[in-house]
Write a protein that binds this ligand. Sequence first.
Ligand code: NAD
Ligand code: IPM
Ligand code: MN
Length: 344
Amino acid sequence: MRRIAVIPGDGIGPEVTAEALRTLRAVAPDLEFDVLDHVNADRYLATGTALSDDDFARVASCDGALLGAVGDPRVTSPDYARDVLLRLRFELDLYINHRPAQLLHDRLSPLRDQGRRPIDCTVVRENTEGPYVGVGGALRVGTPHETAIDTEVSTYRGVRRAMEFAFARATRSVCLVDKANAVPHNGTLWQRCFREAAALRPDLPTRHLYVDAAVMLLVQDPTAFDVIVANNAHGDVLSDLTAQLAGGPGTAASANLNPQTGYALCEPVHGSAPDLAGTGRANPLAAVLSAALLLDCAGRAEQAERIRTAVRTVVRDLRCTADIGGSLTTSGAGAAVRDALHGE
Ligand code: NAD
Ligand code: IPM
Ligand code: MN
């Protein structure tokens, strides 16, 4: 992997992506970047599309991509996310959304019981199906009888490949999270695929939880979890929860992956945080750790680990932004990571 497309996006996206890029340049000077700063809400509002077909081809022709965040309070239509982020996930067939959560420092855990703090788990989120497929419609809009239909779609192929990834990643256990007690057809297919994948890894303990129970147990004792596999919508919600348990939105990274093609689009779990945009208060570590995930996906584990070690050092020393106990600005926190890289 040498050429990386970069979509800074909206809100704090450009601010945190700048720090991730500087960090990447410091640890992997041979990488080349194709920066698409025009893919944002301004363009969407002006033209009705933010990611043109040419832009899509540019991103697809790179070996991987780094994205800041897309989303803007001026845009209320869900079509915008579909135009950029969901289009990239769907058309590049990035069927895994890999969202690891690892506590960076004991201080950052919201849990009182110290023994239950050191969360180190991964949400494996199916990323191309579920209710995100956009199949449905609306009837009698604007009347008292308005009816909205969004269909949840799971395919054997789609669920099986998510399971394969989940079981290959796991070292301690795999937990299937679903809502099979209320959403029967999807539930049956997910449980079949879970059983089939589990049969190939009899050494690995497995567990099944309904999503409502799963969120309670995750807060009660996150150390009980290793890999959590879930559909697109449940995985979205669960990964914000694990992000918060591991240090908050400013620290959570993710990789949208196709293990077959090797393409990876890495991005913070968080969004464009309009409340922080332009204030210099956004934490760049989620973006920096997303850059580390991109290096992992590029087979550059050593460079990725250098970044993670530097991040752990700055968090320990409180050389970070206010959301995780420091007092630095976005660019100050990015500079601290690069200092830590050099001081290792
Ligand atoms: P958000 O993640 O942007 O913000 C939620 C909370 O987390 C806010 O309080 C924010 O201040 C805080 N936060 C987020 N990033 C932070 C950081 N780096 N440092 C410190 N605090 C941080 O979620 P939202 O408010 O629901 O969404 C805002 C916009 O972003 C919406 O348009 C949404 O659709 C979009 N969004 C995009 C992505 C993406 O591009 N992958 C992900 C989630 C949301
Ligand atoms: C995420 C985001 C997106 C999602 C939105 C912006 C469509 O919340 O990447 O987690 O739900 O997948
Ligand atoms: Mn989300």
